[in-house]
Design a protein around this ligand. Structure first.
Ligand code: NAD
Length: 332
């Protein structure tokens, strides 16, 4: 592992869609992190001296894959395996679709089998997907991998906020997370929108994964581009339970996604209700600034957790950690 004080951490991004591309832009000005590797479904790009976000986005957009970036790109139908085998990377952000719901756990197994050692962070959303990762704790320990899961916005930033807010209380009655997301065009975030559709009544992950782009567009036409989501299966619940804050059934997550307007349909917030030691019932409310995009609120925390994960890794602390087990640090 690179010494973070002297050398920047070498960072890879797996998945180069909406979040992966935003991650590249977030990384560009950072001195402590150097973005050296990225993969999409059809290829990868690697440059130990650092990749250029604009050139990578142009190759992906105009020629269909990072594999078309010259001379750093390489086309491959096994892009993750090929990149891991070749690249010197200290930590990866997994900006991949979790479709099917077992995909992220499969990628973790692939990384373990490759013999790679380092830090992983994800922006995983479903409780059942996080449970699969929790079962890999001992294997990750053995493999020398420090994997922080749930490092996006929700779960992630808002779960960390809830964990801090809970400290005022002797007992937590309820954690209510409500998000507003505005994106101008659903095709910029295909996996995010499919995974959100999977939460609608009458849909599941398999159905959402199987939908063609035309079917997604037709559904969004019927709802005027709006997805209203209630009682979502979100891993904020298991993370707060594991942190000892409250049983998972006291945590609710829902929100509204507008796929035709970059403006948020409502302000993202987390409300933490509890009883103080004096017997007072109260609610803390934390509201995100409306100007902060979903991408900013996912990628910022992901790299803050990556920095925190690197410190754990340097101390030989390997295994699977829900993000609430540590606090993100700020990566400059
Ligand atoms: P996207 O559909 O825009 O992009 C996915 C990328 O992954 C594409 O570049 C695709 O080529 C690549 N990919 C797919 N299969 C691959 C494979 N087998 N090997 C290599 N690359 C592969 O996705 P997105 O909208 O950016 O979402 C990414 C993930 O982030 C989703 O799982 C979503 O749920 C999650 N997310 C989490 C939060 C949060 O707050 N926790 C918020 C938003 C999105």
């Amino acid at each position: 592992m690179t010494n973070a004080v002297k050398q920047p951490l070498r960072v890879g991004v797996l998945g180069f869609g909406g979040l992966g591309q935003a991650a590249a832009r977030v990384l560009a000005p950072k001195q402590e992190l150097r973005w050296v590797a990225a993969a999409d479904r059809h290829g990868y790009a690697y440059d130990p001296a650092g990749l250029d976000a604009d050139r990578c986005r142009a190759a992906y957009r105009d020629r269909g894959s990072l594999g078309e970036l010259h001379p750093q790109g390489c086309r491959s139908d096994h892009s993750i395996a090929d990149l891991i085998a070749r690249a010197q990377v200290d930590g990866y952000f997994l900006a991949l679709p979790n479709l099917p719901n077992t995909f992220m756990a499969d990628v973790a197994r692939q990384l373990m089998q490759s013999g790679w050692r380092g830090v992983l962070v994800d922006a995983l959303k479903r409780t059942s997907a996080m449970e699969q990762l929790l079962a890999l704790h001992a294997d990750l320990q053995q493999a020398g991998i420090t994997y922080l899961t749930g490092c996006g916005a929700t779960p992630g930033l808002l779960t960390a906020v809830a964990a801090i807010a809970a400290q005022s209380y002797a007992e937590i009655h309820e954690v209510r997370i409500t998000f507003g997301v505005g994106i101008a065009n659903w095709e910029a975030y295909r996996a995010t929108i499919r995974e959100d559709i999977a939460h609608l009544p009458g849909y599941d992950v398999e159905m959402a994964q199987a939908m063609s782009d035309a079917e997604v567009t037709a559904l969004l036409d019927r709802t005027e581009g709006i997805l209203k989501l209630e009682n979502m299966e979100h891993a904020d619940d298991i993370m707060l339970e594991l942190a000892g804050i409250c049983p998972r059934d006291r945590v609710t997550v829902g929100g509204v996604v507008d796929t035709r307007n970059a403006k948020k349909p409502l302000s993202t917030n987390v409300q933490v209700t509890g009883r103080t030691f004096e017997g007072q019932r109260s609610t803390h409310t934390f509201t995100l600034g409306d100007e902060t995009s979903m991408a900013a609120n996912v990628c910022g925390p992901a790299f803050g957790y990556l920095k925190a994960g690197a410190a754990l890794h340097q101390r030989g602390q390997y295994g699977l950690f829900p993000a609430t087990a540590v606090m993100p640090q700020f990566a400059r």
